[in-house]
Write a protein that binds this ligand. Structure first.
Ligand SMILES: Cc1cc2nc3c(=O)[nH]c(=O)nc-3n(C[C@H](O)[C@H](O)[C@H](O)COP(=O)(O)OP(=O)(O)OC[C@H]3O[C@@H](n4cnc5c(N)ncnc54)[C@H](O)[C@@H]3O)c2cc1C
Length: 482
């Protein structure tokens, strides 16, 4: 049975007494902003019945206790930059935004950690620690808008993950409000901890389905003193991708190896009114190396450039200064946004493959593109095997046909990815968007274990329901005593 309690006048009154009138939003025009994320709003959007903006952990806990008592769905939300529909209140209910919880709790220079509230914008955190010569390396490309809480919930990756790993590697401790409204501190400031199950990292990547992160203790490292970038042009996407495993096994660990095919570069350049030498090239790699010494960085970069030339690169450009580097990275960072503006009807994918299998996915993309009559431009974090193939609707294709082709193409893309040892999402998550496909491809025992964890943590299935799993897949208790 999956009947949820309604948000009626008495519930609104109770929320107002917890938060104050101003932070309980009920007007449709204000709620609209909380009804979608960066996925297609028409396809996935859903209005909450009420949005609440707490400023303390205690307020979050009080709202969750109310939701649990009345069995009202509650959806945690960060900046809403997600790409899988995770922050969308699929069953209405209460939308809880952490946007007002954006304070620094503690900067601990001795232990090289910073503890912040979940609503801190990721770039603010990165800049704040950089002023102290420190580095938070686990951030995504959307760092100027997204929040650290959202990064934790999605275990976000980004442009520096080849060398530095993804968000989870830097999360040492969490303060969490559980789905029954208890406040718990997980982890701490420890580099090692095997004192029981690692619940901190169970929360990382759990997409807001196991509780609301209110604070995080983030590990910092020294800021690299030198960095430099190469832009390498190849005739074909296949040639560019083929060189990635060669670089990865050469004994140098680059900071980033980003891949962009011609259509991705062209679309982003047009959007930004920028120019890169893409016309003759079928694809490019943007490769960054950083370290403590400029000489070593330069030597590593030249060695990678030589490898690329030996493996068919047309041109190898060394970015001359920070302005040039920033211009190239801006083209890379804006591809997703540029496609959204240029071709709003599309499906941005996030497949991830083992390094040796990346070259084998490129011909599959060409095959799927021809079979389903759609362009499939591709870009992404090639050094992590994480590619954002994007299914783009041709303007002349009718909507019914597009939906059928999109679904069939995704099913085939995910199935090929899985057969090559990959997974359907490397960093954007399952959310609503990939939910139907996960259960078809995952080991049924693994799926059952995941569903069991969800039932135990969230006995009334109120915490971000309908994400990762369908409602009916989760056992829950309807008893009032829970
Ligand atoms: C242009 C663009 C570029 C992007 N680049 C990258 C990239 O390089 N790498 C990458 O990994 N992603 C990328 N993303 C996707 C997105 O920015 C990330 O997933 C980001 O981590 C989401 O953070 P958010 O604060 O916007 O979260 P939201 O979108 O608000 O929420 C995402 C999920 O987290 C949950 N959540 C949010 N806050 C909390 C909390 N405090 N406690 C519990 N659960 C919570 C929500 O319920 C939801 O399930 C990009 C998106 C865009 C639009």
């Amino acid at each position: 049975m999956n009947t949820y309690g309604a948000v009626d006048a008495a519930i609104i009154d109770e929320l107002r007494s917890i938060l104050g009138d101003r932070w309980v939003l009920t007007e449709a025009d204000k709620l609209e902003a909380y009804s979608h994320d960066e996925t297609n709003a028409e396809e996935y959007g859903h209005m909450p019945e009420v949005a609440v903006l707490p400023s303390t952990t205690e307020q979050v806990a009080a709202v969750v206790r109310l939701a649990n008592r009345e069995r009202i769905p509650i959806t945690p939300r960060g900046a809403g930059s997600g790409l899988s529909g995770g922050a969308i209140p699929l069953y209405g209910g209460i939308l809880l935004s952490v946007e007002r919880m954006n304070r620094v709790v503690e900067l601990d220079l001795e232990n090289m950690t910073i503890t912040v509230e979940a609503g801190m914008v990721t770039n603010e955190l990165a800049q704040l620690v950089q002023e102290k010569g420190l580095f938070f390396a686990g951030y995504p490309m959307s760092l100027e808008t997204c929040y650290i809480g959202g990064n934790i919930a999605e275990n976000a990756g980004g442009g520096k993950a080849v060398k530095y790993g993804v968000t989870g590697r830097y999360i040492l401790g969490l303060e969490l409000v559980t789905p029954t409204g208890e406040i718990v501190t997980l982890g701490g400031k420890l580099s090692k901890d095997v004192s029981g199950y690692d619940l901190t990292h169970l929360i990382v990547g759990s997409e807001g389905t196991l509780g609301i992160v209110t604070q995080a203790t983030v590990k910092l490292i020294g800021f690299p003193k030198a960095a430099s970038d190469l832009l390498v042009l190849f005739r074909t996407p296949q040639e560019a991708i083929d060189v990635v495993p060669v670089i990865m096994s050469a004994g140098i660990v680059p900071t980033s190896i980003e891949f962009m095919d011609r259509l991705s570069v062209r679309t982003s350049c047009a959007y930004l009114n920028e120019s890169l030498p893409y016309e003759e090239a079928g694809a490019m790699l943007l490769i960054e190396v950083d370290g403590a010494h400029a000489d070593q960085v330069e030597a590593d970069l030249l060695a990678i450039g030589d490898l690329c030339e030996q493996h068919g690169a047309m041109e190898v450009y060394v970015a001359e200064d920070r302005t040039a580097i920033e211009r190239i990275w801006s083209v890379r960072r804006n591809i997703a946004e540029a496609f959204k503006v240029d071709s709003p009807i599309q499906s941005l994918e996030d497949i991830v493959l083992p390094p040796a299998s990346i070259p084998r996915i490129i011909p599959e993309l060409d095959r799927l593109s021809a079979k389903f009559e759609m362009q499939i431009p591709c870009y992404g974090h090639a050094g992590d095997g994480n590619l954002h193939a994007t299914l783009v609707k041709d303007p002349s294709m009718e909507m019914d046909r597009w939906h059928r082709n999109e679904e069939a193409c995704l099913r085939e893309l995910y199935s090929v990815t899985t057969s090559l040892g990959g997974k359907i999402s490397g960093e954007h998550g399952i959310g609503i968007k990939r939910k139907p496909y996960l259960k078809e491809l995952i080991d049924p025992v693994e799926l059952k274990l995941m569903q069991g964890i969800k039932s135990t943590w969230d006995p009334r299935n109120i915490m971000n329901p309908g994400k990762i799993f369908d409602l009916g897949e989760i056992q829950h208790y309807v008893s009032e005593e829970v």
